[in-house]
Design a protein. Structure first.
Lengths: 150, 652
């Protein structure tokens, strides 16, 4: 399975907004669009619910990559949550590069409920990107704490 | 918190899940997960015996939470929440782990898919462990419904809601209701005269005591929530008092300014003061400010001089109307794909290449030619007409990728009506293939091809140009494999259907989404075709996708039924999964207040944040911004998410 004896298979968590990206993932499913199984999706009401701590917690707990899916600009079910996400993700990326983690490990994508194909593409490309980047430098077997002054 | 006793129910969904996910292994893995005290797997968990298993297990094992590992929550979350309630377990202690759409349907490797299914299910177990039992918020609502769009769909919806005893506001952008159906000559496959079946409905809508008609009006913005939307509508000035106007038409005769008639699709002109068509409702003239010589300052006023009843009022102002409504039906309809985009077919520069709606006007007894098929260029009777199907449709490289659905049928109707109007005329149809799925449709096309001597050529037209007096059509007959070059008197393009241009702006105001092609998006393509994802907003008609009259009417009635269902309820239910503020932690910084798009948050007298649960939609944007963690989304707290992340990443 995902034991790390074979070639590196990344662990990725995705926060998908309920109205667009999660529904886009549903559509990819209904349309039987195949993509790599590395991503565990989690449904949040709005991409605006995703905060800095959630992303950092995922990386701390052993995620090699974090994907955030929101509605397209202007289409947010909650009016403007995705704009706030966009700003937060920029912040997260800067924070990550400062602590020596490649900011490309976090990715924000706008995927609408009718874009099953885009969901498939996003998962496939992001998984490949993380494969190329290799395992996260955070010394964590799942659940392990980050070292004291690490 | 008491020790959790979570039940996990893994569904096979026949082979839909079982084929790629080892559901037995999922159940077994979950049985060892902390807090899980009961697991079960079954063929169809959503079936009656499946739900019975859930109900019985809740009772027998005193479960404090349930995770159903099956399909998307969009599908069966309500099913299992209801089942749990039957067993006395609060609905909000039930979660769906989506191992079908997000797992079994998109992976092939059984081992990998099973591992992922286990991870997904574990995240939901962790969520349920942190869930609280919640009671839905009950809200009062107003008793009115707004219908946007006065075409046949909107008229039908408005009439159905009004007949049920509820108040309706019907808003139409144009000076008259009726929509595109009013422009049609006859309708397929029965050849009913379109006006004859439409105008009685228009009259009924205008006279119904429960319908308030707002024509020449536009919806500006919408705020609020299901049951209590506040809508602002701008009623544009017609400068004519409809109660005084007696339709004598004297104003029109003296008006010096004219422009292309929208109703006649540019085949004739209309004056600046005009009535779109004789049976228009409201039956009154409209002064089109943009065509008039000028109102401010007044430059002409010839119309007012001849208006005996004194109906013309140059000082009329736009009116902003604010209404409270419980439900909104969006029936904004379609517009034809712009002919200007079809460079290969002359881009509108060849006068005798017209679109389907223009041809409807030529065929119509009330049209500019009185029903005679005369060419726009020289008024001669067209003796050879070429009909081109799929103009702008089914062409993903250059135009719309989708099939506009109605063109095969209306082209057959056009050709047939043309042959009746010009018995010695020749009708040639270019088609890709004939799609005539509908009651009596195939028979109608058969009649056109066999009895009416209409020639059908299978192939696409590559180019249309003007050659002196004629229109030259280049195409290929793919059945004989020969190139075809035809000289025609008139070419009719069966143009693709676009969503009406007003749709995009409106969907923003309503916070509903559009599909890729700009059509209104329904909540579920099969099971919730007339609902949007926003509670209380319904979609119907050709604005949702190309469709013909019977389908539009059916959707209008369907959306009306949904709206009536909502209006008839004594109280509406609002999700209790909203934000709560821990007053002990809140520092009163007010960051959340600025974040909330619904003005649900405010600082109270004690200087701490407060959430109005009726206004809160539960997006959680404030939660992410709260620096102290005082703002938390019920049943999706920071702690819950952290636990979910942890198990999402463990090796299985």
């Amino acid at each position: 399975m995902s034991d790390r004896t074979g070639p590196f298979e990344p662990k990725i968590v995705a926060f998908l907004c309920r109205w667009c990206s999660y529904a886009g993932a549903d559509l990819a499913g209904v349309s039987r669009m195949e993509y790599p199984p590395n991503v565990v999706p989690m449904r949040v009401n709005c991409s605006g619910r995703v905060d800095v701590e959630m992303v950092l917690a995922a990386i701390e707990k052993g995620a090699d990559g974090v994907l955030i899916g929101g509605c397209h600009p202007g289409d947010c079910h909650y009016v403007s949550g995705n704009y706030k996400t966009r700003r937060r993700v920029a912040l997260i990326k800067r924070a990550l590069s400062e602590i020596g983690i490649d900011p490309r490990r976090v990715h924000l994508e706008w995927i609408s409920a009718s874009e099953g194909h885009k969901f498939q593409q996003t998962i496939t490309q992001f998984t490949q990107r993380i494969r190329d980047l290799g395992p996260s430098p955070v010394p964590a077997a799942a659940g392990a704490k980050v070292g004291g002054n690490g | 918190m008491p020790t959790p006793k979570i039940g996990v129910f893994v569904c096979h969904c026949g082979l839909n899940i079982e084929r790629t996910v080892d559901t037995g292994a999922v159940a077994e893995a979950l049985s060892e997960h902390p807090g899980v005290t009961y697991v079960s797997d079954y063929d169809y968990m959503c079936s009656d015996p499946g739900q019975r298993k859930v109900i019985d297990a809740i009772t027998e094992h005193r479960l404090t939470g349930v995770v159903v590992a099956a399909c998307s929550p969009a599908m069966h979350e309500p099913t299992f929440r209801r089942a749990a309630e039957e067993a006395g377990l609060n609905a909000y202690l039930v979660e769906m782990a989506n191992i079908r759409e997000h797992c079994s349907w998109v992976h092939h490797d059984r081992k990998e898919a099973t591992a992922k299914a286990i991870r997904i299910t574990k995240t939901l177990v962790e969520k349920v462990k942190g869930n609280h039992p919640l009671d839905p918020v009950q809200i009062d609502h107003v008793d009115k419904c707004l219908v946007i769009g006065g075409g046949i769909t909107g008229i039908q919806a408005a009439l159905d809601v009004a007949e049920s005893g509820f108040q309706v506001i019907l808003v139409e952008k144009e000076p008259s209701i009726g929509g595109h159906m009013a422009q049609l000559s006859e309708t397929f496959p029965t050849l009913d005269c379109s006006s004859c079946i439409l105008t009685p409905k228009m009259v009924e809508a205008s006279r119904h005591p429960n319908i308030e008609l707002l024509t020449y009006s536009e919806v500006l913005d919408v705020s609020g929530y299901v049951g209590n939307y506040t809508v602002r509508i701008r009623k544009n000035p017609t400068y004519v008092d409809p109660d005084k106007c007696n339709l004598c038409g004297e104003c029109e005769k003296v008006c010096p300014e004219s422009t292309a008639s929208e109703f006649e699709r540019g085949l004739t002109e209309r004056k600046a003061i005009y009535i779109p068509f004789q049976q228009a409702i409201p039956s009154s003239y409209t002064l089109d400010e943009s065509t008039c010589l000028g109102l401010r300052p007044l430059r002409c006023s010839e119309c007012a001089k001849v208006c005996e009843p004194g109906a013309i009022d140059f000082d009329m102002q736009p009116e902003i109307i604010e209404e409270e409504v419980a439900a909104i039906i969006v029936a904004t309809g379609f517009e034809l794909y712009p002919i200007f985009n079809l460079g290969e077919y002359g881009a509108g520069d060849v006068p005798d290449v017209i679109d389907g709606l223009q041809f409807e006007r030529l065929l119509s007894a009330s049209g500019p030619t009185g029903g005679e098929v005369r060419r726009p260029s020289d008024g001669r009777i067209a003796k050879r007409v070429v009909f081109v199907q799929c103009a702008g449709s089914r062409d993903p490289e250059n135009h719309n990728p989708y099939c506009s659905k109605i063109c095969c049928m209306y082209t057959a109707k056009h050709a047939l009506l043309y042959r009746h109007a010009v018995p010695d005329g020749e009708a040639i149809v270019f088609y890709i293939d004939i799609r005539a799925g509908g009651k009596g449709y195939e028979e109608f096309v058969q009649r056109a091809t066999e009895e009416e001597r209409i020639e059908y050529l299978r192939g696409k037209v590559a180019r249309i140009t003007r050659d002196g007096d004629h229109v030259v059509v280049w195409g290929v007959d793919t059945l004989s494999g020969k190139r075809v070059e035809l000289e025609a008197d008139l070419v009719v393009l069966a143009m693709s259907m676009d969503p009406h241009p007003s749709t995009a702006g409106l969907t923003k105001a309503l916070k509903i989404s559009c599909g890729g092609e700009g059509f209104l998006k329904e909540a579920h393509p099969k099971l919730r075709p007339v609902e949007s994802l926003t509670a209380g907003v319904f979609v119907a008609g050709a604005g949702q996708g190309p469709k013909d009259i019977p389908e539009s009417v059916a959707q209008g009635s369907g959306a009306a039924a949904k709206a009536i269902g909502l209006l008839a309820k004594e109280k509406l239910i609002h999700s209790p999964e909203v934000v709560s503020i821990d007053e002990d932690i809140c520092g009163g910084c007010g960051v959340c207040v600025g974040m909330c798009p619904y003005t649900a948050l405010s600082l109270n007298g004690a200087g701490v944040a407060e959430c109005n649960e009726v206004l809160c939609e539960g997006c959680g944007t404030c939660v992410s911004a709260c620096p102290t963690g005082a703002a938390q989304l019920m049943n999706m707290t920071d702690t819950q998410i952290r636990e979910m992340i942890k198990v999402a990443l463990v090796d299985v």
